[in-house]
Design a protein around this ligand. Structure first.
Ligand code: FAD
Length: 396
């Protein structure tokens, strides 16, 4: 195994200037950011109401696509600058767009037709177009290549029938990014095709699923849904490479929202006197160190991108570390808060108005969202360490 440790984490003068400019912009905004934060925090999985308005404003002022290429309407900034932008918003608990801006847009920019780029990219950058991702099915999660939602080509259109599950945001999205089977079941991942379906469309029915963390996701039923052949992204039966491109973007940038949560817990520990206890201080110190590791993992992935590497295994490492730390942070918080920590928001005795109790319930999602951590460990072994392939891998 070849080990490279040549990543330079020092910000350049240009990067420092960029983030200072963005902070200045945020400080000068004539919007009620407290209201935006409250709306966003009530359910970070969907950006609606004033949170949506804020994202539109970012788009209008040219910030949403900071890392997108200039030819696609973006700011042409480096991946590190895009990451700094996301970190700043996450630190302030403000929405920064969502998977549409961070992963679907860049995927469409790479694999979409000229017509699709023109039809979607400006709307995504303006915050007006929002996709829900329809990959998972009741019998196809990790084993996505076994999905059965079928799309049949009929002249200039596709007819789609099937069912999706956990299609987060489908009830507020403008489009569904749908993986469907166009080949046979035996073709596995070689028989999948990616289609874009506008919402609402006749034949698409969306019903809610509430998670244990009080967040909403959905089931989507598709009955004789007809979409034009221009809805095809990439090649027919070539959907797998579109899906993996999108998922790699999704796993890459883990937001730094944990630092904000950590600060809340730290402030609570100081105010309540718990900080006087040395085991509490040790636990918090460990979390502080782990948070810094989380930050460095994200920044390393961004740095590698800027240096023309495709950080596949690194994206998986990033995602595992972030998702496990997210859960660890809420577990430690509830531990040090004692029995009162289990009280829900609204109860007069609930520490931090129950935020960490809710964070605890919601903390598991990222461990299996975007592919479970068990599978990410396989990816690290195969793509990072060359295990099972007989080849030499690289761990950077
Ligand atoms: C709140 C929430 C939001 C979601 N949002 C979306 C969304 O917007 N769009 C979307 O398409 N999907 C979404 N998902 C689905 C998510 O991606 C899947 O839940 C995930 O891929 C796991 O699939 P599964 O639930 O079918 O579990 P399974 O695949 O049945 O896995 C069950 C367990 O078995 C393990 N396992 C399975 N196969 C292997 C293997 N080969 N090696 C080792 N371990 C294995 C898994 O790691 C896991 O621990 C969401 C899920 C939730 C709960």
């Amino acid at each position: 195994v070849e080990v490279e440790v040549a990543v330079d984490m020092t910000l350049t003068v240009e990067q420092e200037r960029f983030i200072a400019g963005f902070r200045c912009y945020l400080d000068g905004l004539d919007l009620d950011l407290a209201a935006v934060r409250a709306e966003f925090e009530s359910d970070p999985m969907q950006i609606v109401g004033v949170a949506r308005e804020f994202v539109r404003r970012l788009g209008h002022d040219g910030w949403l696509g900071v890392g997108w290429p200039v030819e696609h309407g973006g700011g042409g900034r480096s991946a590190v600058e895009q990451w700094l932008f996301l970190e700043e918003l996450a630190h302030r608990r403000l929405p920064s767009g969502n998977l549409t801006t961070s992963s679907l847009g860049p995927t469409l920019a790479r694999v979409g037709t000229e017509q699709q780029r023109a039809a979607f990219l400006p709307g995504i950058l303006a915050g007006d177009i929002d996709f829900a991702i329809g990959y998972s099915e009741p019998e196809a999660g990790t084993d996505l290549a076994s999905l059965t939602t079928r799309a049949v080509r009929r002249g200039d259109s596709y007819l789609v029938n099937g069912q999706k599950i956990y299609t987060t945001g489908a009830h507020v999205a403008t489009h569904l990014w749908l993986a469907a089977r166009t080949g046979t079941r035996e073709d596995r991942h070689r028989g999948l095709t990616l289609l874009i379906i506008p919402l609402p469309t006749p034949g698409v029915q969306i019903t809610p699923i509430m998670t244990q963390g009080d967040e909403r996701t959905n089931q989507v039923f598709l009955t004789d849904v007809e979409v034009p052949a221009t809805a095809l992204v990439g090649e027919e039966n070539g959907g797998w490479s579109v899906i993996t491109t999108q998922l790699n973007f999704e796993r890459l940038f883990c937001y730094s929202d944990l630092s904000h949560q950590f600060e809340l817990v730290l402030d609570w520990a100081r105010a309540s006197g718990a900080f006087e206890l040395s085991p509490v201080r040790v636990s918090l110190a460990e979390l502080a160190a782990d948070l810094e590791v989380c930050r460095l993992f994200s920044m390393r992935a961004a740095w590698l991108l800027d240096h023309d590497r495709v950080p596949v295994a690194e994206a998986s490492m990033n995602k595992i570390w972030y998702s496990e730390l997210r859960q660890r942070l809420s577990v430690v918080a509830l531990d040090i808060m004692g029995p009162l920590g289990q009280l829900r928001g609204g109860h007069p005795l609930a520490p931090l108005d129950g935020r960490m109790e809710r964070a605890y319930r919601a903390s598991t999602v990222i461990k299996f969202g975007a592919g479970t951590n068990e599978v990410q460990r396989d990816i690290i072994a195969q793509r990072g360490l060359g295990a099972g392939a007989g080849g030499r891998g690289k761990v950077r």
